[in-house]
Each structure stands twice: as structure tokens, then as C-alpha cells.
Design a protein around this ligand. Structure first.
Ligand code: TTP
Ligand code: MG
Length: 364
């Protein structure tokens, strides 16, 4: 496969009909049915909008952001369920923890999508194998499917992950980027919404190739300097790095044993020690957390991560310990294998200080 040294290799992973898939995995009777998730659905008579729906429901024309009542008109036999965000957040956390293991350059962009820079793999063939491995791992551990795009830039990887949904894998090597993008509608470029799209049609620009080839000065006269970026994206050029934005997202620590161990007491001691260390760092930063995640690697490098998310933020050292040990026990009781590595991390932070400031501001 042609490959230039300077090309990056980016993966974009996006879960398929995310909320609906999680509901279908929780209740297998829903599999293959038109499942519609929305706030206050009341069997289709509620006043909320559709968050998402299964691919079966999409055949009837149901879409995200559509009023529930309209979805009911299109699909009266649909199964309407309320949004259970706590459950989806937990699954999201587990999926993101799986993905994080494949690259240090990782960026979660929403509840169900993330980028990974896997340039370290050296070529697109290896990257495509890794994408398959990731798909299998998510399906085996979380029992839901995702679609993956592999490409030399973020924008192309994102368009590629959407190209063969659901359960798709689309690899776009550097030499195929233009051929891949050219025939698509300009609306496929993330950031080009309905409004921009209709302004572009006014200029005779419908396909991505039209935008890529359009006279840049004319385009600037209509869209200002934003035009340059827009045209760049149309040729697949996008230098944005894959990196986690904002504050530190988690505090954690792992221990690898010199030899695999089945001694649960020993592992529990390690967990306690790790939790104390984590708690010290939490207090130094004046943070409170919501989620505790345990990572375990067994003999043969089989790795699992499991998380528990609390209703409220806390900084209690006992809660970290109790939850971590409980998660560990659950894992080991099911898997019954010698352990090579154990790790604990906490995430879902809220700053103690910033909370205080807000309260002070309130009384000012
Ligand atoms: P998406 O990834 O856009 O949609 P999806 O995962 O349901 O379906 P697919 O990717 O296979 O096309 O969004 C992820 C989740 O975000 C989705 O499951 C529900 C939520 N969501 C909303 O609540 N409202 C919305 O308008 C959209 C688009 C998504
Ligand atoms: Mg999705």
C-alpha cells in the first residue's frame, strides 16, 4: 500500500446508534426492532425529541432531533424508550478506556466518538488490522458495534467512519483521499451545515470536488477567511492534532507483577496502596471525582476495564477503595485467571475550588 513517511494515520471510532444499541444489549428482545430513544417519549405521544434510534427505525425515516410525535407517525410500531444517560455514560467510559489503550494520542470528542493517532504503526495495513481488533474488542467486552474510519487526517477519518455505517470499516490511504471525497455532497464535511450548504449551492457548489476546485478568491469574497479552511477540508487537508483538550481527565496508577499472580489478597493490597496514592494526588489538586475505573490484565494480555459512576462527586478515600475492590472482585470471580497487571483510575472531576468560587460569587 503506498505510504509516505510524513503521512499520519488517524482512526475515528464512532459507536453505531449508540443509545439504542446500549438499550438493545441490555434487553436482547429489542434486537432487530425499531427502537426509538427520546426524552419523555410516552409511547410516542410525549413532547420530547428523538435522541437516536436503531437502524431498523431509520428505515421508516426516523432521525435524531425529530419530535417524538413525528417519529410515532412514521413508525407507530416503534419501541419508544426514555434516555438513561447514566447507563450510556458508563458504557461510554468503558469504551473510551478500551480505546485509550491503543494510543497515547487519544481524543474523545463526544459521548460515542474518539480519534486515535496510530502513526506509530507505520502503515495503513497495520492500522486497518488494528481497527478490526478494536471493533472486535468493543463488541466482545461491551456487546455493541462501532464504525471506524482510517485516514491521513481527522476530517477524512471522520467522514470515513460514517461511510459504511453500521459496523463499518473504511480505510482511505493518502493516494485515495481525493477520489474518496470528490463525489460526496459538501454537507458531508463536518462543520458545513444546512445554511452553509445552501449558500454553497448558490455558487454552483454541490459536490466536495466543486468546493476543492472553486476559485479561492471568489470563495473568500463570500465566506471571508473561513473559505480557506473550508477548501482545505474539501481536499482532505486537516493538520489538527489528535489531543485531549482541557484539564487532566483522570488520575490513575497501574502495577505489573513480575510474575502472574492468582493471590487475591496480594492484589487487594496493591489496589489499596494504589487508591491511597490516587487519593493523595486528588487532594493536592483539590478535585472531586465521580467515576472509578479498574483495569486488569490477565495471563496472555487479555485486558479488561470496568467503571462505576456515582450520582454525586466525592473526594472520599474509602469510596475509591471500596469501589475499586468491588469491581476487581466481580472481574476475578467471572474470569478466574492469574493476573499480570492491575490498575485503578478516577475521573469525572469537579474542582473543589471552582465550586467554592461560584458560591462566593453568588453571595457577592
Ligand atoms: P451520533 O453518533 O450522532 O448518533 P448514533 O450513535 O446514535 O448513530 P450513528 O453514529 O450510528 O449514526 O450520536 C451519539 C449519541 O448522541 C446518540 O446515540 C444519541 C445522542 N444524540 C442526541 O441525544 N441528540 C442528537 O441530536 C444526536 C445527533 C445524538
Ligand atoms: Mg454514533
Amino acid at each position: 500500500m503506498p505510504y509516505r513517511q510524513k503521512d499520519r494515520i488517524i482512526l475515528h471510532v464512532d459507536m453505531d446508534s449508540f443509545y439504542a444499541s446500549v438499550e438493545m444489549r441490555e434487553n436482547p428482545k429489542l434486537k432487530g426492532k425499531p427502537v426509538i430513544i427520546g426524552a419523555d417519549p410516552k409511547s410516542g405521544t410525549g413532547r420530547g425529541v428523538v435522541s437516536t434510534c436503531s437502524y431498523e427505525a431509520r428505515k421508516f425515516g426516523v432521525r435524531s432531533a425529530m419530535p417524538v410525535t413525528k417519529a410515532y407517525m412514521l413508525c407507530p410500531d416503534g419501541i419508544f424508550l426514555p434516555v438513561n444517560m447514566r447507563l450510556y455514560a458508563l458504557v461510554s467510559e468503558n469504551v473510551m478506556n478500551i480505546l485509550r489503550e491503543y494510543s497515547d494520542k487519544f481524543q474523545q470528542v463526544s459521548v460515542d466518538e474518539a480519534y486515535l493517532d496510530v502513526t506509530y504503526l507505520g502503515n495503513f495495513y497495520n492500522a486497518s488490522n488494528l481497527a478490526k481488533e478494536i471493533k472486535d474488542k468493543i463488541r466482545n467486552t461491551e456487546n455493541i458495534t462501532c464504525s471506524v474510519g482510517v485516514a491521513p487526517s481527522k476530517v477524512v477519518a471522520k467522514i470515513a467512519s460514517d461511510f459504511q455505517k453500521p459496523n463499518g470499516l473504511t480505510v482511505v490511504t493518502p493516494d485515495k483521499v481525493r477520489d474518496f471525497l470528490n463525489p460526496m455532497d459538501v454537507g458531508k464535511i463536518p462543520g458545513i451545515g444546512k445554511k452553509t450548504q445552501s449558500r454553497l449551492s448558490g455558487l454552483g457548489i454541490f459536490k466536495i470536488s466543486d468546493l476543492a476546485d472553486y476559485d479561492i478568491q471568489k470563495l473568500i469574497s463570500v465566506f471571508g477567511k473561513h473559505a480557506v479552511d473550508m477548501q482545505k477540508l474539501a481536499t482532505g487537508k486537516d493538520e489538527r492534532e489528535v489531543r485531549e483538550k482541557g484539564e487532566r481527565k483522570s488520575i490513575g496508577r497501574e502495577r505489573t507483577y513480575p510474575e502472574d499472580t492468582a493471590d487475591e489478597e496480594r492484589i487487594t493490597k496493591t489496589i489499596e496502596w494504589i487508591c491511597e496514592d490516587i487519593h493523595k494526588r486528588l487532594i493536592e489538586k483539590d478535585f472531586r471525582f465521580r467515576t472509578v475505573t479498574v483495569k486488569i490484565r490477565y495471563t496472555g494480555f487479555i485486558t479488561k476495564t470496568r467503571a462505576v459512576t456515582l450520582d454525586h462527586c466525592t473526594d472520599s478515600p474509602d469510596i475509591i477503595k471500596d469501589l475499586a475492590i468491588k469491581i476487581f472482585r466481580n472481574l476475578i470471580d467471572t474470569d478466574k485467571k492469574p493476573v499480570r497487571l492491575i490498575g485503578v483510575s478516577i475521573s469525572g472531576f469537579e474542582s473543589g475550588r471552582s465550586r467554592q468560587t461560584r458560591i462566593e460569587e453568588f453571595f457577592r
